[in-house]
Design a protein around this ligand. Structure first.
Ligand code: PNS
Length: 161
């Protein structure tokens, strides 16, 4: 059996930075599961189903990936899936502290799983889902920063009146 990795996140919504990381991960691992953390407090802009759908649409051209929604601990998900690696993206030094803490906590909880950090293409280093939502909410253009389908859904969701 090949090596399976999990790429977890909120993906609210998927950006081209996330997509870039998915593509890089597919070059390294035999199987990739994109794991969308569920949104019980309803703080996300998009529902679980919408976030999954956006990932599915944007990855149609890629080798098959699995997409799951999860709640609870990420390490429990990796155990259930038999995944050996957790993929996380590092855009800048500012990401490091939070990511370092998570990686070490996950290691403490489950030593068998290794966190692998990948850097997205530098063209995407300033993109975050939070900024994308903020810009789109104020009518700014996010073309080229998110997949086309995501851009359309943002427009629909954030249309006023
Ligand atoms: O895209 P995000 O919001 O940066 O992703 C954060 C995510 C989903 C990876 C993180 O919040 C997480 O792993 N949540 C599941 C609960 C868990 O395992 N928490 C302990 C992490 S040390």
């Amino acid at each position: 059996m090949g090596v399976r990795a999990v790429y977890p996140g909120s993906f609210d919504p998927l950006t081209n930075g996330h997509l870039d990381l998915i593509e890089r991960s597919l070059r390294l691992f035999d199987e990739l599961v994109v794991a969308v953390v569920t949104n019980p407090a309803k703080t996300a802009l998009f529902t679980d189903a919408e976030r999954v759908e956006m990932i599915r649409e944007a990855t149609r051209h890629l080798r098959e990936i699995e997409i799951v929604v999860f709640d609870g601990l990420l390490v429990d998900l990796t155990a259930r899936l038999g995944a050996r690696a957790i993929i996380r993206g590092l855009r800048a030094v500012s990401d490091f502290e939070y990511e370092f803490q998570m990686a070490l906590m996950n290691r403490k909880l489950r030593e068998e799983v290794e966190t692998v950090f990948l850097m997205p293409h530098e063209a995407y280093s300033y993109i975050s889902s939070r900024l994308i939502k903020e810009v789109a909410a104020h009518g700014g253009l996010v073309t080229g920063l998110v997949p086309v389908g995501v851009e359309q859904r943002l427009r629909k969701k954030l249309q006023r009146g």
